[in-house]
Design a protein around this ligand. Structure first.
Ligand SMILES: Cc1cc2nc3c(=O)[nH]c(=O)nc-3n(C[C@H](O)[C@H](O)[C@H](O)COP(=O)(O)O)c2cc1C
Length: 147
């Protein structure tokens, strides 16, 4: 996908009185999203359901973060982390996500993620860390830096 650099600059602010919720099947395809998820990501609900969750992956996110997320889930544990997500219009929004298994009669059937806002300082710190992680892993990084 080709992006115009300037489109990356528009941040959507996550409301602090609502949770952004989604669930996926065991492969990471979205099975449920709440209205807040659709609103903040700029997608229609019908554009989200059945799609892989990497639909909202932002190119600033290091691959290793998602590797750890999946390893943690596959070990039956809950994963918490800071995620920068990409909107349909190529804007972005930052969240703290808590991702865990959904169990039915003791059997793992889906995964769910509950997301809440983070502070400006947390965003700044995460962006710096993620740039560093991407550089260390020879992944391309954005061209705009916080100094
Ligand atoms: C319940 C759940 C929620 C997820 N939420 C996000 C998300 O909000 N943003 C995101 O980029 N990846 C999310 N992921 C991870 C994606 O499935 C995917 O691993 C990630 O976007 C990296 O894409 P890739 O595996 O194609 O490299 C979620 C995974 C699960 C199981």
């Amino acid at each position: 996908m080709q992006f115009n650099e300037s489109e990356f600059l528009v941040e959507s602010i996550v409301p602090d009185d609502e949770l952004i919720i989604s669930r996926t099947d065991l492969k990471g395809n979205i099975t449920y999203a709440n209205e807040t998820f659709a609103d903040i990501s700029g997608y229609e609900m019908s554009e989200l359901i059945g799609k892989p969750h990497n639909t909202v992956r932002h190119p600033d996110m290091p691959s290793s973060i998602f590797k750890t997320l999946w390893e943690t889930l596959q070990n039956g544990k809950q994963w918490t982390g800071i995620v920068k997500n990409l909107r349909k219009d190529k804007g972005f929004y930052w969240v703290k996500a808590i991702v865990s298994g959904v169990y039915k009669n003791g059997e793992l059937v889906e995964y769910k993620s509950l997301r809440t806002p983070i502070t400006y300082e947390e965003k700044l710190e995460a962006q710096k860390n993620y740039d560093k992680m991407r550089l260390e892993n020879n992944e391309k990084i954005r061209t705009i830096f916080y100094k």
